[in-house]
Design a protein around this ligand. Sequence first.
Ligand SMILES: [Zn+2]
Length: 435
Amino acid sequence: MALLNGLFSKKKPRAVLMGLDGVPYTLLQKLVARGVTPNLGRLAEGGGKRFQQMDASLPEISSVSWSSFMTGVNPARHGIYGFMDLKPGTYQMFFPSYPHLKAPPLWDDLGKRGKRSVVLNLPGTYPARAHAGVLVSGFVAIDLKKAVHPPAALPVLEKMGYRIDVDTAKAQDADHLYRDLDETLAARERAFDHFWKDEDWDLFVAVITGTDRLQHFQWDAVEDEAHPNHARAMEFYRKADAVVGRLADRLGASDALYVMSDHGFCGIRSEVYLNRFLVEKGYLKWEKDPPESYADLSGESRAFVLDPSRVYLHRKGRYPKGTVEEAQVPALREELKALFLSLEHKGRPVIREVFFPEAIYEGPEFDKAPDLVLLTNDGLDLKGNIRKEAVFGRTHFTGMHTRHDAFLISSRDLPEKRPHIQDVHGLLRSALGVE
Ligand SMILES: [Zn+2]
């Protein structure tokens, strides 16, 4: 049968992108060395040509990174700067997602060229909209009915017990989390399997997000071999690896496979509440204590932070109560840069680097960019909470994102230059013969 298929099917280049949300390059190296992930190990053979450390977007969060991947452009072109944002000219919060994406995702362009794409569980694609092929939205998909296109795919998913995500509200119960991760992954694979066979696709994108969820709640168990949950954490990577392996085994010689994460991960030593730091240093004042929302910003505030690491000047004309004049911007930015670089946790600098937007973003959405973007040192998790009463603290989370430690595995030799997640878009285009 395989021979007949080979003889009679028209040969067309196909590309597969598998995402393992949040899996760090350095962790994967260890998992491969220990034999926990033999399929990824096999795909990564050949060293740097096939398996590389990759940079995530800035900020290093899933919605920004995956949007950069799907569009191949930076946030000042695709318009997604964070998981939440303020509506222009207001203090009203909203959650930027698929409708706010200002640049076309790869599958829109492929559709115009007669190519079909199956896109499953990709963060930043909710609510689903039509493209040539199938879309099942990932995080922050809330309602499966709005997360599926075409609508005919909905009953298929419901019948197979598909789940959008694990229940993070119950994830502090480790027994519940591990069971939920397994069941969600199994349902996810049923969906991968169904659409792989059911659709005549050119591009197949399938993302596993359980890895990110596991690492947020159980990073200590992942990292520490003596941790009581270590074996269970390894078992989940084993299962995720098997899913990758089963899809990889179906590929033909003319198909290209990429496996990647959208950011790295590390353990948390402390969370860092940047708005509280600005309050203590006199740059931020709330009209109400504690504030309920950004609408409680006082007119005396000169700067504030949106999750996780975006600093905005309280500019006149941009915010209803803003007073920072354009002429004051350059000096205030420099002042804040020095201030953030001076912040220490137990004698160690918190901030690794401070970026001004013109150094990292360019494009028509540039006017929505933050005034400074902070990159933290590993272990110090930047947060934009507005109600914290101290600069440092801990919660139930044990793992945090890193920018520098995503990974990329490719079935074809990679360029020598260290990849950025945005570059994977171009790799898929060339694999599909679409320049
Ligand atoms: Zn995450």
